[in-house]
Write a protein that binds this ligand. Structure first.
Ligand code: THU
Length: 135
């Protein structure tokens, strides 16, 4: 990814982060997912008094995109309010793996605008996929 695309997607992810509903953890996350159509889908984490009902920013963005019929993705940027670089949780990695190849680039940025780019293959090697369901 070019630096200008990374900065653009991180800026949109930061806007989404401002809309996070995270009164329990106070850990706010924003995501910007680029579909192969070129459209961008934004997501934030949405928590719940029943803690297990929370949804991560990444899955919010993926499900918004899927519900708009976008099925393939070329890049994901996430940014949090933390000091550490955030990385997608295991559930989000698995959800992404259903629709994205190993080469999906995932830009992870902290509140200081430091970032690092991973691929999905690096974050989720030996993924479980539909081929494992075959007899
Ligand atoms: N969270 C995300 O939105 N994305 C991640 O990849 C990790 C965690 C959210 C879920 C919860 O609202 C808060 O961060 C603390 O776990």
């Amino acid at each position: 990814m070019h630096d200008i695309e990374i900065k653009n997607m991180l800026s949109m992810a930061a806007d989404a982060r401002d809309r996070a509903y995270a009164p329990y953890s106070n850990f706010r996350v924003g995501a910007c997912l680029k579909g192969e159509s070129g459209a961008f889908y934004l997501g934030c984490n949405i928590e719940n008094a029943s803690y297990g009902a929370a949804c991560c920013a990444e899955r919010t963005a993926v499900f918004k995109a899927l519900s708009e019929c976008e099925r393939r993705f070329s890049a994901l940027a996430i940014t949090s309010t933390g000091d550490e670089l955030p990385v997608p949780c295991g559930i989000c990695r698995q959800v992404l793996s259903e629709f994205c190849g190993d080469s999906l680039e995932i830009v992870c940025s902290n509140r200081y605008d430091e970032y690092r780019v991973f691929t999905l293959g690096e974050l989720l090697p030996h993924r479980f996929g539909p081929e494992h369901l075959e007899d």
